[in-house]
Design a protein around this ligand. Structure first.
Ligand SMILES: [Zn+2]
Length: 523
């Protein structure tokens, strides 16, 4: 750690351009000397890559930047590694057996890094029973979702071997697209889900790939340093952050001592219901159980066994129904295909996928990094969605300035945000409006969006992008979208709302290469 007098004067934020996923290197400088380093996430959407910036390039750059200063040789060293949440596009490259497009097989890309601290949200703490409970539900949900995606795709391709495949069904095209959409959400857990995939749930207790990556992050932290799990409303202790800097923990939301959020069987009213998915909500519990039972092979039909409306013995298995002459003529008849309901229960998968995705995004560790003197803030929310944003406004922090103690709120931090890492790659539901973006009123506001064009439907959300452009007065930087290449900022005329000095300062603080975009925030 640097000398106490070396107060941080600037932070260089390097957004890597590996594709659809987050990877941010923060370097804290006291004048010209670097005093602290932090890496926030390193991931990519499953089965995607970006030819212009393969991960090897990112790793080479990280090794170069993180080589110990003033010494020859020595391992790359990081003061803090943050893994925001358990989604592949944030933690893929921490997997202990990473295979890369250029042929790297089964390596731990960070094995030789010296990491002094790992910071995770309380929801990842294996010692916390509530976290364990929440995580096992979310992971069961992911396995069930993969199963639903596989079944949905089988239902349109006939792979299941059942004559009930909807090959003749006029709704087939829509269902195919729907199945792919559900598979896409499953991919954020590192799960493949095609009609031919083997469901993970069938392999007993086998871990999710995201889980393995996260467990490796914990191991990397334990090797040379320590792992810390943060609750909201924490102000990170001064001895673990560089002089002149405060770090506030805004999310993920906590759980009440009585486990109110986990036990509640119905979602609360309003937007807050999006905070954590209530997997024990009756409908979804049946859905998840049913899918997992299917994967066990204990139920032969397409209807989930655990949530059938009638008792055992009252139904006819699909195979037997198929042999029944009357049913063959009627229910299974060509003309009646549009009335079939064999797979209708899978329609719930869409809503389930969105809720599960939101619930995991809301476990994101949300950090606000503040310069003590100027009170300027850099906001890194991971993929936090509405429920998390709302919860920040219930928090307050006591900070010392000189001999006085002041109370800070989320509104104060948002008012002073000068760098906003846009949550969830710019989706429609991860940047709150009135209690979020509209509170970011600082004239220096710049936004960074890590995403790759066409890799996820609806991202970037055009209306959000438009509002960001207005609020940031043209200073919105996108990592890897060919429609919004950062290079274009070099030739863009100065936005009318920004004075010449402000535009020049922005340009001066911006560095663009094929591998990264770096923006320097002056303290
Ligand atoms: Zn993400």
């Amino acid at each position: 750690m640097a000398d106490k007098k070396q107060r941080v004067t600037q932070i260089k934020v390097r957004m890597y351009r590996q594709g659809f996923g987050d990877c941010f290197l923060l370097q804290f400088f006291a004048k010209t000397e670097r005093v602290f380093t932090m890496l926030i996430d390193c991931g990519i959407k499953l089965n995607t890559s970006r030819d212009e910036c393969p991960i090897e390039r990112v790793m080479d750059d990280l090794r170069r930047e993180l080589a110990p200063q003033g010494k020859k040789g020595g391992p790359p060293t990081l003061d803090v590694l943050v893994a925001t949440h358990e989604h592949w596009d944030h933690i893929a490259y921490f997997h202990p057996e990473t295979t890369t497009k250029s042929g790297g097989k089964g390596q731990d890309l960070f094995a030789d890094f010296v990491i002094r601290q790992v910071w995770l949200s309380w929801t990842e703490d294996p010692e916390n029973p509530r976290a364990r409970q929440l995580n096992s539900r979310l992971r069961d949900g992911a396995r069930a979702l993969q199963m639903a995606a596989i079944k949905l795709q089988q239902s349109t391709t006939g792979v299941s071997g059942s004559s009930t495949a909807l090959n003749e069904d006029p709704s087939r095209a829509a269902r195919t697209a729907f199945g792919k959409g559900v598979a896409e959400v499953a991919s954020f857990y590192g799960l493949e889900a095609t009609a031919h995939s083997e469901p993970l749930a069938a392999a007993g207790s086998k871990s999710l790939k995201t889980q393995e990556a996260l467990e490796n992050v914990i191991q990397l932290g334990k090797k040379h340093g320590r792992v810390r799990y943060f609750q909201p409303e924490t102000l990170v202790d001064a001895e673990n952050v560089p002089p002149g800097i405060r770090v506030y923990v805004l999310g993920p939301p906590g759980i009440q001592p009585d486990d109110k959020l986990l036990k509640k069987s119905n979602p609360s009213a309003g937007d807050r219901k999006e905070t954590y998915l209530n997997l024990d909500q009756a409908g979804f519990a049946g859905f998840v159980d049913g899918l997992l039972t299917l994967a066990d092979g204990t139920s032969a039909g397409a209807t989930p066994g655990a949530s059938t409306p009638f008792g055992a013995g009252t139904g006819l298995p699909l195979g037997a129904a198929n042999q029944n002459h009357y049913l063959r003529e009627t229910y299974f008849g060509q003309r009646e295909a549009y009335r079939k309901i064999d797979y209708t229960w899978l329609d719930a998968a869409g809503q389930f996928a969105l809720q599960l995705d939101g619930a995991v995004n809301n476990t994101s560790l949300v950090l606000a990094i503040e310069f003590e003197d100027s009170e300027k803030v850099l906001l890194f929310p991971g993929d936090a969605q509405v429920g998390s944003w709302l919860s920040w406004h219930d928090l307050q922090w006591q900070v010392k300035s000189g001999s006085a103690t002041r109370t800070k709120t989320a509104t104060d931090l948002l008012n002073n945000t000068v760098l906003y890492k846009v949550s969830h790659h710019g989706s429609h539901n991860a940047t709150l409006r009135e209690k979020g973006l509209e509170l970011m009123t600082h004239p220096d506001l710049v936004a960074l969006i890590p995403e790759q064009e066409g890799k996820y439907r609806g991202i970037i959300h055009p209306e959000l992008l438009e509002r960001l452009e207005q609020r940031c007065r043209g200073r919105v930087i996108v990592s890897a979208d060919s429609g919004h290449r950062p290079e274009v900022l070099r030739t863009t005329a100065r936005p009318a709302e920004l004075d010449a000095k402000g535009w020049k300062q922005f340009q001066d603080n911006l560095e663009i290469t094929d591998t990264y975009v770096e923006y320097t925030v002056e303290g």
